[in-house]
Design a protein around this ligand. Structure first.
Ligand code: FAD
Length: 294
C-alpha cells in the first residue's frame, strides 16, 4: 500500500530508531542532494484507522498527513519542518474504487495509476478516467494519490478542476464527524485538521467531460456538460481554480465577465489568459456536442 517514495522515507526513519509505533528521524544530510536542505527531525505516527488519523491531527497542530509523499517531501526538503508525520499506509479502506447507487467512490489513497487502470471507471466514467490519465508522468502516477493531489492545493494541479466540473463531493473525517464539500467550493472550504477519506463522483448518463491542458502552465480548462447546462473549471490562471456554471448559450459573455482578473506574468499576460479561457471552453463544448471529447 506504500508508494515507493513514502516507503523509502518511512524506512529511513524506522531504521534509525526503535520500532515503537512512533519514531524520531535524525538527519545527517548524507543521503540528500546538495541542492536540498537536510530534512529536519520529525516524529512518525502510523495509525490504523481514520479516527486515529484525526486524533493524531488534533493532538499536534504541527503535524501533517503523508500519503505518496511527493509534495510533502519536496516541501520538507525546501526547509518546511514538521513535528509529526502521520503516515496513512496502515489505514485500510482508503484506496478502494467502488460503485455506489448513482456515484463512484474513489478512496483518497487511490493512486493516479489506480484511477487510470480501474475497470470500473473505464466502464462508468470513461471520460473522467481519460482526463485523469494525463496527470504527470508514469512515476508520478504510480506514487501520487488522488487525495494528495487535492490537498496539496496547488493552482496548477488538474485534480481540483476535473473533480469540480464533474460535480464531485469530497468526503472528510473531522473530529466532529463526516463532512462533505463540493469539489468546486475549492480548497478554502476544506475543514482544517481533517482527513480526506474519499471522493464521490456522480454518474449521469447524459453527463460529458472535456479537458484541455495544452496551454499549461498558463491556463487549463475543464468543461462538464449536462445537456445545455455547463460547468467550466479554470486552472493555473489564478491563485486557486475558478469555477463558473450556467447555460451553454451564456459562455461567451457571462463566463468572460465573471472571470476574476487572471495572473499576469512573463509566461502569459492576464489578457491572454482571459481570452484563452473563453476560447478553450467554447472549443471543448463544441467538441463535446460533436461527440469528440478530446
Ligand atoms: C514531475 C511532476 C509532475 C506532475 N504533474 C502533474 C500534472 O500534470 N497534473 C497534476 O494534477 N499534478 C501533477 N503533479 C502533482 C502530483 O499529482 C501530486 O504531487 C501528487 O498527486 C500528490 O500526491 P501525494 O500522495 O504524493 O501527496 P503527499 O505529498 O503525500 O501530500 C500532499 C499534501 O496533501 C496532504 N494530504 C495527502 N493526503 C491527504 C488526505 N487523505 N487527507 C488530508 N490531507 C492529505 C498532505 O498532508 C500534504 O499536505 C506532478 C508532480 C510532479 C513531481
Amino acid at each position: 500500500m506504500h508508494s515507493s517514495l513514502a516507503r523509502f522515507f518511512i524506512d529511513k526513519a524506522a531504521s534509525d530508531f526503535e520500532p515503537a509505533g512512533m519514531y524520531t528521524h535524525a538527519t545527517d544530510a548524507g543521503w540528500i542532494s546538495r541542492t536540498h536542505r537536510a530534512i529536519a527531525p520529525f516524529r512518525l505516527q502510523q495509525p490504523t484507522t481514520p479516527s486515529e488519523v484525526v486524533q493524531a491531527l488534533i493532538e499536534s497542530e504541527d503535524s501533517s498527513i503523508i500519503a505518496g509523499g511527493i509534495d510533502l517531501v519536496r516541501r520538507m526538503r525546501s526547509g518546511n519542518s514538521q513535528d509529526t508525520l502521520i503516515d496513512l499506509s496502515a489505514v485500510s479502506g482508503l484506496r478502494e474504487i467502488e460503485d455506489h447507487a448513482g456515484f463512484i467512490r474513489i478512496g483518497a489513497l487511490a493512486t493516479h495509476w489506480d484511477v487510470e487502470t480501474s475497470p470500473l471507471l473505464a466502464a462508468r466514467l470513461p471520460a473522467f478516467q481519460a482526463a485523469w490519465k494525463t496527470i504527470g508522468n508514469v512515476r508520478i502516477r504510480m506514487t501520487g494519490t488522488v487525495g494528495g493531489n487535492l490537498m496539496a492545493a496547488e493552482r496548477a494541479y488538474d485534480g481540483p478542476v476535473l473533480l469540480g466540473v464533474s460535480g464531485a463531493k469530497l468526503v472528510f473525517l473531522t473530529d466532529g464527524g463526516e463532512v462533505k464539500i463540493a469539489a468546486s467550493d475549492g480548497a478554502g472550504s476544506y475543514p482544517s485538521r481533517a482527513l480526506l477519506t474519499a471522493i464521490e463522483i456522480p454518474v449521469m448518463p447524459n453527463a460529458q467531460l472535456g479537458f484541455d491542458r495544452t496551454l499549461k502552465p498558463v491556463v487549463s480548462v475543464a468543461v462538464g456538460l449536462v445537456d445545455q447546462d455547463v460547468s467550466v473549471g479554470v486552472g493555473c490562471a489564478h491563485i486557486s481554480p475558478f469555477f463558473w456554471s450556467g447555460k451553454v448559450s451564456e459562455v461567451e459573455a457571462a463566463l468572460a465577465s465573471a472571470l476574476p482578473e487572471p495572473i499576469d506574468n512573463p509566461m502569459g499576460s492576464a489578457a491572454y489568459r482571459r481570452r484563452m479561457v473563453t476560447v478553450l471552453a467554447r472549443r471543448l463544448i463544441r467538441h463535446l456536442h460533436e461527440g469528440d471529447a478530446s
